[in-house]
Design a protein around this ligand. Structure first.
Ligand code: ADP
Length: 706
């Protein structure tokens, strides 16, 4: 038994899974929203720090470039002094500048001027010599007449032989015309170091880029490897340098595509933009740690929740299993008690019950799967004996063996069959058993049936039938005496005649006497026939089998008994039986009793009619659907409609207890059903009309009915 799978309901498991999934989705969404919020906070924090740093950098750079601006102002003054012929004053400036250069003050490596053609006209580098080729490559801004200062890319100064950034401006002659360029060479690595001093954050990189082309002039990290590089594509700082200052923002590096937070500012008065970038991969480390911690905690909580759910499901499953076990035990106990009670009832029941399937062969047409424990009490033998086809055959009388084939046929065809048969007990006595079986479902093989010992009922019925017959005979006694009186009178007269003939004529009278004695013999035979019929009628053999009999003979026998009674009552019989009727299947004596009973009932009904009213009985017959249907109608006024349904009840009579027994029609019905036929009644136009349905026999009669 698997409690989780089998005992805990599917809905409970689905609910638990649903709860877990909702917790997973809800918790996941919560964690994500928390992390998004934390990330945004961190971004804002870093961006704010960027802005502060960039502003500080701008101050530093501004101070450095202030020195450059002063030097350029001095060079313009020197130009003017030389033009005015004040060479001493100009030399003093040269000395000052040489001193500055020698000290690398403000990071200035050298100072120079060119004439209007671009040829070097002065330099602070001691022992300087004119350079080969035009100098204005590095100082092309002034020669291109661009307004303001120009900054070169980092490169090797051709006079000093040192790496420098050349800051150049046009020199004006006395009339404001172009007189050449002033050049200040600044150490780019010094600028880079200044940047590094301010941009101290671990992830921060500060850089200075030239406008408008974005060439890298200084960089706080890897300066020597990076300087002079042109950016890949348009750098956002270059594109937005002239726009109003904006806060830091997330973007990707134009150098290596790494996510960064960037902030930039234009350097006031110089064609340069200052950029600060913080590497998101570095600054977000605490956030990533927080992210990892959050997801780990979430996973741990979900696992704990899952474990808890599984544990509670298991506990609930075990509880359900225990409950089911207890239920099953109490159910089993209740079932056992119910079964014991049923067995007790079955044992005490007057009928034995069996259930099984229709079988193809044997005297027991049913293979029993169940038999109630009282089979032995009903049959005298253990259930196995009754249910075993071969053993059962040994205990049935011969008639039952034949009847069983018919029993099976009916069960198959009609779904129900009834059979009464003689059965021998272990002590050798015979008992009558009634067996009735029905199909459980139409056309299905399962059948249920019961067995009942009907020996007493049959004896009582036989006794009732016999007494009813005797009652009838009592009623008919006078008529029977008349039936015998007539031949006896003939015999007596004939005997007297024969005696007289012998007495009077001697030997000559012998032929006459013999003829007369012949008549005596005939009448004696008639008497014998009547007496034999009476004997047969009064004590018919109960086991007389149903067999093909001719309806004419049956009616003849009945007429022998009732003829006198009908004649005395003034009743006319219309016998309208057609010729060539098929034989019927019946017990001749039983069928005769049916007719005698109908005749006597008709006689009683007709006796109530006023004098002079027509008193008639009409018998007709017709063959219908494998049956011979007899209509037996009288003109006695019929049966009150409210009593029509009761006339076949045993002991129902309207004739008073001194005259009627109420058994006549009940015996008729039981006899007709015993033949496989039936009896019915209705009121015809003049009186009661009984219908008798006889099954047809195999042989057709040779002659017409009487
Ligand atoms: P019994 O003749 O002893 O009364 P039956 O069973 O033969 O018993 O008849 C039962 C009752 O049916 C009769 O008492 C009678 O009321 C009614 N009955 C039977 N046959 C006829 C008939 N032909 N006409 C009118 N009533 C009849």
């Amino acid at each position: 038994m698997k409690p989780e799978a089998g005992l805990l309901g599917r809905p409970a498991r689905l609910a638990a899974a649903g709860f877990w999934l909702v917790a997973l989705a809800g918790g996941g969404a919560g964690v994500m929203s928390f992390l998004r919020h934390e990330e945004a906070e961190l971004s804002r924090e870093v961006a704010a720090r960027c802005v502060t740093t960039v502003d500080a950098l701008n101050q530093t750079l501004f101070r450095t470039l202030e020195g450059v601006g002063h030097v350029q102002t001095l060079l313009q003054s020197r130009e003017r002094l030389l033009r005015e012929g004040r060479t001493d004053a100009a030399r003093a400036i040269d000395d000052h500048l040489a001193d500055l250069t020698a000290r690398w003050a403000f990071g200035i490596l050298g100072v120079a001027t060119t004439d209007a053609t671009g040829a070097l006209s002065s330099s602070s580098i001691p022992g300087w010599a004119p350079v080969a080729g035009p100098a204005h490559e590095e100082v092309r801004g002034p020669f291109a007449r661009e307004p303001g200062a120009f900054v070169s890319e980092p490169g090797v100064n051709r006079v000093s032989g040192r790496w420098g950034l050349e800051f150049s401006q046009p020199l004006q002659d006395g009339g404001g015309g172009f007189a050449g360029a002033s050049i200040v060479s600044l150490d780019p690595l010094l600028v880079s170091r200044r940047l590094a001093e301010v941009a101290t954050a671990e992830a921060a990189t500060a850089a200075v880029m030239r406008l408008p082309d974005g060439a890298l002039l200084a960089r706080s990290r890897d300066a020597e490897a990076q300087l002079g590089r042109a950016p890949l594509g348009t750098h956002p700082a270059v594109a937005g340098a002239h726009e109003p200052p904006r806060p830091g923002f997330r973007t990707v590096s134009t150098v290596d595509g790494r996510p960064i937070i960037m902030c930039f500012r234009q350097v006031p008065g110089w064609p340069m933009v200052l950029v600060l970038a913080e590497d998101w991969a570095v600054v977000s480390q605490p956030f990533l740690a927080l992210q990892r911690a959050a997801w780990c905690s979430f996973a741990a909580i979900m696992l704990l929740l899952l474990g808890g759910l599984l544990a509670s499901l298991r506990a609930a499953g075990l509880r359900a299993a225990r409950r089911q076990l207890a239920d099953a035990q109490s159910e089993g106990a209740a079932r056992a008690a119910a079964w014991a009670r049923m067995e007790q009832l079955l044992l005490a029941a007057p009928v034995a019950i069996y259930a099984g399937r229709l079988s193809d062969a044997g005297p027991t047409p049913i293979e029993a799967a169940f038999a109630s424990p009282n089979v032995k009490r009903v049959t005298g033998w253990e259930a196995e004996v009754f249910l075993d086809a071969d053993q059962a055959r040994l205990r049935m009388d011969d008639a039952a063996l034949g009847a069983r084939a018919e029993f099976r046929r009916r069960l198959l065809a009609e779904g129900r069959a009834v059979l009464e048969f003689r059965w021998r007990w272990p002590d050798g006595s015979w008992r009558w058993l009634r067996e009735e079986a029905r199909r459980v479902s139409p056309g299905g093989p399962e059948v249920v049936g019961y067995l009942l010992d009907v020996t007493e009922q049959r004896e009582a019925a036989a006794w009732a039938a016999a007494s009813a017959r005797l009652n009838m005979l009592g009623e008919l006694a006078a008529n029977m005496a008349h039936e015998l009186n007539q031949p006896l009178a003939v015999i007596s007269l004939a005997a007297e005649n024969a005696a007289a003939a012998l007495q009077d004529d001697g030997l000559a009278g012998i032929p006459d006497a013999l003829e007369t004695l012949d008549l005596v013999a005939q009448q004696a035979a008639r008497c014998k026939g009547v007496v034999q019929h009476l004997r047969l009628f009064s004590s018919p053999d109960q086991r007389q089998a149903v067999a093909p009999v001719e309806l004419g003979q049956v009616l003849q026998g009945a007429m022998l008994l009732v003829r006198g009674a009908l004649r005395d009552a003034g009743i006319t019989l219309h016998n309208a039986l057609p010729a060539g009727l098929s034989a019927i299947r019946a017990n001749a004596v039983g069928a005769e009793q049916v007719f005698v009973n109908l005749f006597l009932n008709a006689r009683d009904a007709l006796a109530r009619l006023p004098a002079g009213a027509p008193r008639q009985i009409r018998i007709t017959a017709a063959q219908e659907e494998g049956m011979l249907r007899i209509r037996f109608a009288d003109s006695g006024g019929g049966i009150p409609p409210e009593l029509l349904g009761r006339v076949f009840e045993p002991f129902f009579t309207t004739k008073g207890s001194d005259k009627g027994t109420g058994l006549g029609l009940a015996i008729c019905q039981s006899a007709m059903r015993g033949f496989g036929g039936d009896i019915g009644v209705r009121n015809g136009p003049d009186g009661a009309e009984f219908t008798l349905d006889f099954p047809l026999g195999e042989t057709a009669p040779a002659a017409a009915a009487p």
